[in-house]
Design a protein around this ligand. Structure first.
Ligand code: HEC
Ligand SMILES: [Cu+2]
Length: 349
């Protein structure tokens, strides 16, 4: 008799097992990963993760039962030498048909009930009165954050206090983006002309990563942001500091840079509160991040660069080289003028 597949298992099985182990283990090691979706740090992401785990466990049980039944059937019901003729054809079995209709229906109910429950729990229509509203405005390719209750405006890096309900209300200035902060905030589309919401309470202070996850043009991959979860005291201090006017440089390169700023075309698009800026009514449109406290940010340009003088100089010299398609023109600022402007911007703590 010709050897069948199972007789040769000694030859192929070790290879298959080694490959599967390799695939499984390639997910191990390193970490913690800043974009890990299974390391929740807020009530919202904890609700998502526990739903995901519940459904994965249920699905795994179904998978095991089906595979065991299938392999069992292959061994038990294979035709063997000496079996008489064709196997009998079974026409209908009401009990079996009932079973394979009712069991999948029950499985679907077991998935639907916790899913709908999680949706209702995590997306309230009303927010607690003490919720802190943060307006998120998506631009190609950076994020603007405004706090209506205090008047703070910033970019790229959003600060929120731990332990308090945060209500992100989000709108886009141009195309459809998506606001994704895996550890604390789930993911939601940010659409022009429609305000979408995320409500959450962050568990613990720290720095968390975020990223646009809806393809929005050339520099989509360069549209990141950071979330700083502060203690309530830190958040109060940060807010008070952001509300102060910009630092007035006493002398040196920064003071020279402040003079440059007054004559440079930068103020067409960038506000430095109390120094330059356009009408408040012009709330949307073609413009860049508020730079009043630029020096207090750790990253810039959609959080793709660390905020160091060398990086800022590189950016101003040729934004497009750093971030393809950036809506900031190359303005020919070079040499001493560039050094002074950078010193001024970095002094704006
Ligand atoms: C036509 C509008 C425009 C002009 C003029 C302009 N910028 Fe910008 N600027 C932008 C935009 C838009 C961004 C955000 C780009 C991005 O991250 O995709 C930006 C980003 C920046 C940033 C990073 C801010 C952050 O927090 O991410 C700095 C610093 C900056 N510009 C400095 C300057 C300086 C200095 C000048 C003048 C030499 C200038 N800009 C002129 C539009 C402009
Ligand atoms: Cu985007």
């Amino acid at each position: 008799m010709r050897p069948n597949l199972f007789d040769r298992a000694r030859v192929w099985l070790p290879g298959v097992i080694a490959t599967l182990c390799g695939v499984a283990l390639s997910g191990c090691g390193g970490g913690p990963y800043p974009m890990d979706t299974l390391a929740p740090q807020s009530d919202l992401t904890r609700a998502f993760t526990s739903l995901f785990k519940e459904i994965t466990i249920l699905d795994s049980i179904v998978l095991v039962v089906v595979i065991v039944a299938m392999i069992g059937a292959i061994f038990i019901y294979s035709s063997r030498e000496g079996d008489p003729g064709e196997p009998s054809a079974m026409h209908s079995d009401v009990t079996l048909e009932m079973l394979w209709t009712v069991i999948p229906a029950l499985i679907l109910v077991a998935i639907t009930v916790p899913t709908v429950h999680t949706i209702i729990k995590t997306q309230p229509n009303k927010w607690p009165a003490n919720a802190l509203e943060v307006r998120v405005i998506a631009h190609q390719w950076w994020w603007e954050f405004r706090y209506p209750s205090s008047g703070v405006e910033t970019a790229d890096e959003v600060h929120i206090p731990e332990g308090r309900v945060i209500h992100f209300s989000m709108v886009s200035d141009d195309v459809i983006h998506s606001f994704f902060m895996p550890a604390i905030g789930g993911k939601r589309d940010v659409v022009p002309g429609q305000v979408n919401q995320i409500t959450l309470t962050a568990d613990k202070p720290g720095e968390y990563y975020g990223q646009c996850t809806e393809y929005c043009g050339t520099s989509h991959a360069n549209m990141r942001f950071r979330v700083f979860v502060d203690t309530p005291e830190q958040f109060k201090e940060w807010t008070a500091h952001q509300l102060e006017g910009p630092v007035k440089p006493a002398g040196g390169a920064a003071a020279a840079g402040a003079k440059e700023w007054a004559n440079a075309p930068c103020a067409i698009c960038h506000t430095i509160k109390g120094v330059s800026g356009f009408s408040k009514q012009y709330a949307f449109g073609f413009r860049g991040p508020d730079l009043t406290h630029f020096g207090s940010r750790t990253t810039f340009a959609g959080s793709i660069l660390d905020n160091t003088p060398a990086n800022v100089a590189m950016w101003i010299e040729n934004p497009d080289a750093v971030k393809p398609g950036a809506h900031m023109p190359t303005l020919g600022v070079r040499g001493q003028q560039l050094t002074d402007l950078v010193a001024y911007l970095e002094s704006l703590k």
